[in-house]
Design a protein around this ligand. Structure first.
Ligand SMILES: *Cc1c(COP(=O)(O)O)cnc(C)c1O
Length: 362
């Protein structure tokens, strides 16, 4: 087959999102011939030894990269982070229990809506009043709470928990858009979950890192597929797993490991964030939306002083090969998602485009 040369754009989309180019290449080869077995990854049995070793490696890479302690299991589930909103509450929040939620954006609000189906929800803090431009701090966390739920990185509003609340209450965290971007102390968490399609892989699977003791006794009768213990017992193979999404996530984790692991990703992510936020702070035309101390290192949300220039700037970005810059419909403006796979040259390209636009329109 002839290889077609094409110019790769810089993809700043929030999700599904950029993955390393070498992962795309390896994945595309596996679609034609997986490990030289004469069959595609897409047609082999999930019970084959070839796929079992993919699943095993995915689990062990996740454990290694995040230093997951004993007593936890790594699961690859379906239904996205959105199913985790209800699955966590259905398993853990009894009718008379109360869970604490920190409301920092649309995803937290959706998690709160689902939890209210099962038990009492105490919204401990919310940044809704300032349109989710900061992460609340200094609120009380009552000791009787079943768990504390938070969204570690707010993909839409561009804020991030740089420190997690100090509490003995187990934390359930939606880390969809910053998993594998930084080191974390997994033992503070009862459950960590993340839809793959932001920073881990393609759409189609959701990683859940669960404390086995914490989820061992569902508080009510739970359908088989929605019981964490089903998936723990069967190694994420109770039913057909999303084989391709797990495979490509595994390749991406291999890439993270090869490139120095999560601590190296964190350093590179800091450098990329510094580059673009420093530009924004010195710009006379663009400015960052989130409160400085709470800025996301994954999703940079920024606005333009002269809103009439919005479409013109988006056109310039498109012509310069910077895709996915348009802000979320609920926020407006712009958003540059700079996940692990985005390198600093891509961010520099965007900063150059912004500087040039400012020079000619400022
Ligand atoms: C994208 C996203 C979700 C939704 O994930 P799905 O896998 O589409 O259900 C939830 N939370 C956060 C923080 C997200 O960024």
């Amino acid at each position: 087959m002839e290889k077609v040369e094409f110019v790769k754009v810089n993809n700043f989309s929030a999700g599904p999102a950029i993955l390393p180019q070498e992962v795309f290449e390896e994945a595309s080869e596996a679609v034609l011939d997986f490990q030289g077995i004469g069959m595609s990854i897409l047609e082999i049995s999930h019970r084959s030894k070839e796929f079992q070793s993919v699943m095993d490696e995915a689990v062990s890479l996740a454990k290694e990269l995040l230093a997951v302690p004993n007593g936890y299991e790594v699961l690859f589930l379906q239904g996205g982070a959105s199913t985790q909103f209800l699955m966590a509450a259905m398993n853990l929040l009894g009718d008379n229990d109360t869970a604490g939620y920190v409301e920092t954006g649309s995803w937290s609000a959706k998690a709160i809506k689902e939890a209210k189906l099962y038990g009492h929800v105490n919204i401990l803090a919310s940044s809704k009043d300032d349109e989710y431009a900061h992460i609340p701090k200094g609120y009380d966390i009552p000791g009787h709470l079943k768990y504390l739920h938070l969204t570690s990185n707010n993909t839409i509003f561009g804020t991030q928990f740089h420190e997690f609340p100090k509490t003995a209450v187990p934390i359930i965290a939606d880390m969809s858009s910053d998993i594998f971007s930084r080191t974390i102390d997994v033992d503070k968490f009862g459950i960590i979950y993340a839809g793959a399609q932001k920073n881990m892989g393609p759409a189609g699977t959701c990683i859940a890192i669960v404390n086995k003791e914490f989820v061992a006794h569902p508080v009510r009768t739970v359908p088989t597929m929605l019981d964490y213990n089903t998936h723990i017992a069967k190694g994420s193979m109770f039913n057909t797993p999303p084989v391709f999404a797990v495979y490509v996530s595994m390749l991406t984790m291999r890439w993270v490991k090869k490139n120095g692991g999560v601590s190296h990703m964190a350093k590179a992510n800091q450098d990329k964030a510094d580059l673009i936020y420093n530009y924004l702070d010195n710009s006379n035309l663009f400015y960052g939306r989130a409160r400085k101390e709470d800025r996301s290192k994954m999703n940079v949300v920024f606005l333009i002083k002269n809103q009439d220039l919005t479409d013109s700037f988006l056109g310039v970005c498109a012509r310069a090969g910077c895709s996915g810059i348009k802000g979320h419909r609920s926020v407006g403006g712009f958003r540059a998602s700079i996940y692990n796979a985005m390198n600093i040259d891509g961010v520099q390209t965007l900063v150059d485009v912004m500087s040039e636009f400012e020079r000619t329109h400022g």
